[in-house]
Write a protein that binds this ligand. Structure first.
Ligand SMILES: [Zn+2]
Length: 235
């Protein structure tokens, strides 16, 4: 079982940790700041620094089978640390911060575009959401202007927790059915952008929308009947 420090503090860049297990897939730690790929957000990259001076480059982070199991995927050819080794786990913060900014921006996009979200993906410097919207009713420039307005307004972004049962009673809190938040632990995390958006989400976000910076709607694609893909990038 790994303590997931990013869940309560998305701004934690590094932590002390101990190696629990190592196998062909990667390295498990007792605690970590590395976010594993999920919910449309890529896994973190970074480095594990051993007290010996040796370091192990981490090229991806994925989920294991067990709940809260996080696997740090080492660069090919790395010498793995032994179980029990104490180390410092440090993410590539510049990249993670860009992912947090874009991820939070996609929450704003949910609030701007009326219609069910059918899919989404955060990438480094860009992101996209698919909406079940008919016809060509979406105006690229109007969406971009509204997004930048919400960003500039400096809305606070706050996590809070509800029970699995409370979530089941409010299915509208799950905006993207294809990237359901993790349930089964008895509680689910909500991300609230006060007065703008509220939804269940397990990813990492910035604390204030002004931190996102200006964005542009690059293009709106037609991905089949009633499916419009809105592509966003940092301006
Ligand atoms: Zn989110």
């Amino acid at each position: 079982m790994t303590e997931l420090l990013f869940r309560d503090d998305a701004y934690a860049r590094s932590c002390d940790a101990r190696v629990l297990a190592v196998d062909g897939r990667g390295i498990r730690l007792d605690r970590t700041v590395f976010y594993p790929v999920g919910g449309g957000q890529p896994g973190d990259t970074g480095v594990l620094r051993l007290s010996s001076g040796q370091s192990v480059m981490i090229v991806d982070t994925v989920k294991g089978e067990a709940r809260d199991e996080v696997i740090h995927v080492a660069a090919p050819g790395s010498a793995f640390p032994e179980p029990g080794t104490e180390l410092v786990a440090e993410i590539d913060w510049e990249r993670r911060h860009r992912l947090m900014r874009m991820h939070t921006c996609l929450h704003l996009l949910c609030a701007v575009v009326p219609g069910a979200v059918t899919g989404g993906q955060v990438a480094d410097g860009r992101g996209r959401l698919d909406f079940d919207v008919p016809g060509s009713s979406l105006d690229k420039d109007a969406i971009g202007a509204r997004l930048n307005q919400l960003i500039a307004a400096g809305h606070q972004v706050m996590p809070r927790w509800i029970s699995d049962d409370e979530l089941a009673a409010q299915p509208e809190l799950v905006r993207t059915m294809s990237v359901k938040p993790p349930t089964g632990s008895g509680r689910v995390r909500l991300i609230e952008i006060a007065g703008v958006d509220l939804q269940a989400c397990g990813g990492t976000h910035v604390a204030n929308t002004s931190e996102i910076g200006f964005v542009a709607v690059i293009k709106i694609e037609n991905k089949g009947r009633q499916n419009r893909r809105i592509n966003i990038a940092f301006a």
